[in-house]
Design a binder for this molecule. Structure first.
Ligand code: PEP
Length: 250
């Protein structure tokens, strides 16, 4: 029996209008009521209000895919932690590999976002993971430990208890190529060791670490059976109610 409550989150990326989201959430709440697995959906900003209305009274939680680190001001196009919190958002994905690769986010920016999310009372889902090139040159552990050290810099023990890590090997995201359950478990075990060295055994043992990368209904139970893996961050397969429900009900 696992000590940590599993957490499965859906990342819609840039998909679905507010109207399309309405239908999704109506069907989702009809088909899913969960207790044992903390379930989070991360739609685009423009669907958060709709999601909030449709998820009222449900145990399914709301997450954002990104957030800015400043509280307010002249940051055209950005959304603050408080704006999200006000919409009932409880989690924010920070440092997704698409944001690192396409929107210039480095570990310094990501660390500021982690701190800002925690300050607002939300919880960050901090994404880390190696590229194919890193993996082939056997740098997976080095990359993961650096991203963890830099991403979690300056956090208090209390703040560390409110963090979720998503281990997402970049080569497995949206590619249909998933990590083997053994590889994912080993790397997550290594990440937990790194966190232990930075903090304490107690914090490392409490921290939930998800696997992400081409998770689908057919492979979720393999990952969830592994001792180090506490859940999943799901992209493509979270867009359809049926497949997302099957994943959460693994
Ligand atoms: C993701 O967006 O974090 C992700 C893992 O995507 P996919 O499940 O589509 O690989």
């Amino acid at each position: 029996v696992k000590k940590r409550t599993p957490i499965i989150a859906g990342n819609w990326k840039m998909n679905k209008t507010a109207n399309e989201s309405k239908e999704f959430f109506e069907q989702l709440t009809e088909n899913l009521s969960v207790d044992e697995v903390e379930t989070v959906v991360c739609p685009p900003f423009t669907s958060l209000q709709m999601a909030k209305e449709k998820l009222a009274g449900s145990s399914i939680k709301l997450g954002a895919q990104n957030v800015h680190f400043e509280e307010s001001g002249a940051y055209t196009g950005e959304v603050s932690p408080e704006m999200l919190k006000d919409l009932g958002v409880e989690y924010a994905i920070v440092g997704h590999s698409e944001r690192r690769a396409m929107f210039g986010e480095d570990d310094g920016i990501i660390n500021k976002k982690v701190l800002a999310v925690l300050k607002s009372g939300m919880k960050p889902i901090l994404c880390i993971g190696e590229s194919l090139e890193d993996r082939e040159s056997k740098k997976t552990e080095r990359i993961c430990s650096v991203q963890i050290e830099r991403g979690l810099k300056g956090l208090t023990d209390q703040q560390l208890k409110n963090i979720v890590i998503a281990y997402e090997p970049v080569w497995a995201i949206g590619t249909g190529k998933s990590a083997t359950k053994e590889d994912a478990n080993d790397t997550i075990g290594f990440i937990r060791k790194t966190i232990e060295q930075l903090t304490s055994k107690e914090i490392a043992n409490q921290m939930r670490i998800q696997y992400g990368g081409s998770v689908k209904p057919e492979n979720i139970s393999d990952y969830m059976a592994m001792p180090e893996i506490d859940g999943a961050l799901v992209g493509g397969a979270s867009l359809k109610v049926t497949s997302f429900v099957d994943i959460v009900k693994f």
